[in-house]
Design a protein around this ligand. Structure first.
Ligand code: FAD
Ligand code: DHB
Length: 389
């Protein structure tokens, strides 16, 4: 087989890239290790920056997002029993949109299928060859039969555990990592959200986040120990702990119910440099991970896709290599700022096992500064709604 761009990974990065390339008349084939149902069953991010929404529009897949997504003009920051609001609208004039990653992925699959795009599932042993030449190719197996796709370019959109990053030789690749000493236990429940905006809560017992998907679907997270497993937490233990970590006025109104999903995610900051090697380009979690506190995971994936699809379009339309050659530099400039924000907001809101009384006082002073200082609120809001591409 031959195509212009082989996309490895059928998560949000790979699908969005493939759909945007299609809109610009560029052919691609998407290789996904799992089944479509498996990918759609993963409950992950829920907050979209305007930049992401713009890309979904450009890809022609934003109708349901506009109909069913919820614009949020602000968020609450709670600490112990106090609470204040960061007003995104007043500070930046830009809202964020609540629309689950599952729905984003579903819309993109539908669009790729409607356009007759080639998506190959259950691929095994995906291997990238000759990425440092002008004739890269990818081999893989389905049902034990090996296949080969020749291409002009390879996009590695295969997440943190994918193969694409490993294809860049260690002599070229440098990785930067910070692992946090806790995880997030998240549940999804068919209950009305406790508030109409998100609540990021720092408490003596650890961090908690109240989020949502719609009027009757809530997403809640609590900071937990890395040694915990979801089975250690009954639903009632989860609700009791969440109530202890959010201000009483919300705890008193929290509607609880059975969880329909429960999982633990570790927290990590990670960046690999460079994000390209020859004709291989990395996008999304394949190249970088943020701790989820700033809701930047999915949104950083989309800025990579923005830079890469523009670079490929310039190459095919005008024969220009400028965007391609500058891809890693352009993508990383924005990524490091999102890394900084996610690290800062995570450090501000969580309890760390080795925190001294001094550290706690500093953390509290910084939250108080954010509560009272409009310049700090503006900086927070600008980062949260997303820095420009
Ligand atoms: P992925 O979504 O990881 O997609 C990569 C795809 O590649 C997957 O479908 C995978 O099956 C496929 N793949 C992997 N290896 C291969 C291979 N060798 N061959 C072919 N296909 C392959 N972000 C937030 O903003 N908020 C959150 O609450 C949040 N929660 C998260 C919870 C978890 C458990 C995880 C892992 C991430 C979470 N994120 C969250 C981050 C966010 O979901 C990711 O940033 C986003 O999914 C990145 O999209 P992606 O397409 O780059 O990678
Ligand atoms: C959600 C996840 C996040 O990491 C975040 O910062 C906000 C919301 C969510 O899943 O809804």
């Amino acid at each position: 087989m031959r195509t212009q761009v082989v996309v490895i990974g059928g998560g949000p990065s790979g699908l969005l890239l493939s759909q945007l390339l299609h809109v610009h008349g560029i052919d691609s084939i998407v290789l996904e290790r799992k089944t479509k149902d498996y990918v759609l069953g993963r409950i992950r991010a829920g907050v979209l920056e305007q930049g992401f929404v713009n890309l979904m529009e450009k890809a022609g897949v934003a109708d349901r997002l506009h109909a069913e997504g919820f614009e949020h003009d602000g968020t609450l920051i709670a600490f112990d029993d106090d609470c204040f609001r960061i007003d995104f609208n007043a500070q930046t004039g830009t809202p964020v949109v609540i629309y689950g990653q599952t729905e984003v992925t579903r819309d993109l699959y539908e669009a790729r299928e409607a356009a007759g795009g080639t998506l190959i599932f259950n691929t095994e042993d995906v291997t990238i060859h000759d990425a440092d030449t002008d004739h890269p190719f990818v081999t893989y197996s389905v049902d034990g039969r090996e296949q080969r796709i020749d291409a002009d370019f390879v996009a590695g959109c295969d997440g943190f555990h994918g193969v694409s990053r490993q294809a860049i030789p260690l002599s070229v690749r440098r990785e930067y990592e910070k692992v946090y000493p806790f995880g997030w236990l998240g549940i999804l429940s068919e209950t009305p959200p406790v508030h109409d905006e998100l609540i990021y809560s720092s408490s003596r017992r650890g961090f908690a986040l109240c989020s949502m998907r719609n009027e009757n679907l809530s997403r809640y997270y609590i900071q937990c120990s890395l040694s915990d497993s979801p089975d250690d937490w009954t639903d009632s233990a989860f609700w009791a702990e969440l109530k202890r970590r959010i201000p009483k006025t919300f705890a008193d109104h929290l509607v609880t119910g059975p969880s329909i999903e429960k999982s633990i995610a570790p927290l990590r900051s990670f960046v690999t440099e460079p994000m390209q090697w020859g004709r291989l380009f990395l996008c999304g979690d394949a190249a970088h991970i943020v701790p989820p506190t700033g809701a930047k995971g999915l949104n950083t994936a989309s800025s990579d896709v923005y830079y890469l699809h523009n670079a490929l379009r310039d190459y095919y339309d005008h024969g220009s290599r400028d965007g391609i050659d500058a891809y890693s530099q352009n993508a990383l400039a924005r990524i490091w700022k999102a890394e900084r924000f996610s690290w800062w907001f995570s450090s501000l809101m969580h309890r760390f096992p080795d925190q001294s009384e001094f550290d706690l006082k500093i953390q509290r002073a910084e939250i108080d500064f954010l509560r009272t200082n409009t310049a700090a609120q503006k900086a927070m809001a600008e980062n949260y709604v997303g820095l420009p591409y």
